[in-house]
Design a protein around this ligand. Structure first.
Ligand SMILES: [Zn+2]
Ligand SMILES: [Zn+2]
Length: 370
C-alpha cells in the first residue's frame, strides 16, 4: 500500500482565524522545485492582511521565505545552477519572466505580481490555497517553486534565521539608497523603528549618511535603543518631545535631505512631518501611501515650493536582495538585535499578532519545523 506524503500548512481562512490543513506532497516537474521552509519572516503586511484579508478564500500566508531546496527537477537544476540541499531566499514576486520589468530584475513591477489587478498571477503568501499544487506560502512545511520563481542563493555562513531578515534589509537598500539616493553626508529622517526602519538605518549608515534620526513612540523604547546600537545618531520619542523642533535643532535649522516612512500605518502624520522636516530645497520624501488613499488639505504647495521629490515605497528589486544577503552576512552589524522572536507552525496566529504587539518584538521568524 502506498502512503501519500502530506504537508502541514497554516491557512488563513477568515480574519484572525488560522486553520491547519494537510496537502498532498506535490509532484515536481522537471523545471520546478520544492522548498523545505526553514524561516518565513513576518512583517507589518502580514499583520494588516491577517486582520483585514484583501480578498476572500483560504491563503497560506508567509511571503518572506528562506529554505532548502528539497527536490529539484532536472531542468530547474540546469537553468538555476541550484541543487538539492542549497539554501535559498524565494522572493514573493513570481514574475512572468518576459516583460521589460522582469528583464530588469524589477519583478515587483511585473503585471503577474500585481495581485490586485491580475488575479491569475502568482505571489507567495497571497495566492489562494485552492489553487493546485496549493503550497504557495511560507507558513507550511514545504513550498512549491514553479519555473518562474525568483531565487537567491543564501551565502555560506549566513544562518537561516538571519537570512530571514533579507526582505526588510532589501527594502532598506531599495528605499534609502536606490530610491532616495542616500549616500555620503546625507541627513536622513527614518520614521518608525520597526524592522523596516532599522534596516533603513543600517543601509543609510553603510552608505555614509552623516546624520540618521529615527522616530518612534513610547511603545518603541526598546526599538529606539536598538536603532542607536545599529547606528542612529539621534532618536526621538514623538510622545515626549516635538519631533520637528528636535530635527531642526540637530540639523542647525537646515532640515534633512531624505525622509523615509517606516511607520506601518501612521497615515498622514509621517508625510506631514517629512515635508516640514525637509531641507529648504530639493529633498526626497518617501511615502507608503496605500493606507492613506484620501488626504484632505495635502500641502501640495510645499512640495512645489521646496522642490521635493516624492518616491513611493514598492518593495525591492533583484539587486537589493542580493546586496541585502551580503549585508546580513557581514559582521558589521549585530543582526541578532533584530531577530528577536521565533515561533513554530502551530503558533502561527500568535506569531502574526506578536509583530503588531508589544515593543519588544522586532523581527519574528516563523520556523515551521521548530
Ligand atoms: Zn513583508
Ligand atoms: Zn514580468
Amino acid at each position: 500500500m502506498s502512503v501519500v506524503e502530506k504537508v502541514n500548512a497554516a491557512v488563513r481562512v477568515a480574519p484572525q482565524v488560522t486553520e491547519f490543513r494537510e496537502y498532498d506532497m506535490p509532484d515536481i516537474p522537471p523545471e520546478a522545485a520544492l522548498l523545505k521552509v526553514e524561516v518565513a519572516g513576518i512583517c507589518g503586511t502580514d499583520v494588516k492582511f491577517y486582520s483585514k484579508p484583501p480578498f476572500e478564500g483560504p491563503v497560506i500566508m508567509g511571503h518572506e521565505n528562506i529554505g532548502y531546496i528539497a527536490k529539484a527537477g532536472k531542468i530547474f537544476q540546469e537553468r538555476r545552477g541550484l541543487k538539492e540541499g542549497d539554501m535559498v531566499f524565494a522572493e514573493h514576486y513570481v514574475g512572468c519572466m518576459d516583460c521589460e520589468w522582469c528583464h530588469k530584475g524589477e519583478y515587483r513591477l511585473c503585471m503577474y505580481t500585481d495581485w490586485r489587478r491580475f488575479p491569475e498571477g502568482l505571489r507567495f503568501g497571497y495566492t489562494l490555497a485552492e489553487r493546485a499544487p496549493h503550497l504557495f506560502g511560507g507558513f507550511a512545511e514545504y513550498m512549491y517553486l514553479p519555473w518562474n520563481s525568483v531565487l537567491h542563493k543564501v551565502p555560506d555562513g549566513l544562518s537561516a534565521e538571519h537570512a530571514g531578515v533579507v526582505t526588510p534589509m532589501a527594502n532598506g537598500i531599495q528605499w534609502a539608497l536606490f530610491d532616495c539616493g542616500v549616500g555620503y553626508d546625507s541627513r536622513v529622517l527614518i520614521q518608525g523603528p520597526g524592522q523596516q526602519g532599522l534596516c533603513n538605518t543600517i543601509a543609510s549608515k553603510t552608505a555614509g549618511a552623516s546624520l540618521i534620526i529615527v522616530t518612534g513612540t513610547s511603545k518603541d523604547v526598546k526599538r529606539l535603543q536598538v536603532a542607536k546600537n545599529l547606528g542612529a545618531d539621534v532618536v526621538i520619542n514623538v510622545e515626549e518631545e516635538d519631533p520637528l523642533e528636535k530635527i531642526m535643532e540637530v540639523t542647525g535649522g537646515e532640515g534633512v535631505d531624505v525622509s523615509l516612512d517606516c511607520t506601518a500605518g501612521a497615515g498622514t502624520i509621517p508625510v506631514l512631518l517629512g515635508i516640514e522636516a525637509m531641507k529648504r530645497k530639493g529633498g526626497t520624501l518617501q511615502i507608503q501611501g496605500e493606507d492613506v488613499p484620501d488626504f484632505p488639505n495635502f500641502p501640495l504647495g510645499k512640495i512645489g515650493n521646496k522642490y521635493i521629490t516624492v518616491k513611493a515605497a514598492r518593495g525591492h528589486n533583484y539587486e537589493s536582495c542580493e546586496l541585502a544577503l551580503k549585508q546580513l552576512n557581514s559582521d558589521r552589524y549585530d543582526i541578532g538585535q533584530i531577530t528577536t522572536h521565533k515561533f513554530g507552525l502551530k503558533d502561527t496566529h500568535d506569531a502574526i499578532n506578536a509583530v503588531g504587539g508589544s515593543g519588544d518584538v522586532i523581527h519574528v521568524s516563523m520556523m515551521p519545523w521548530a
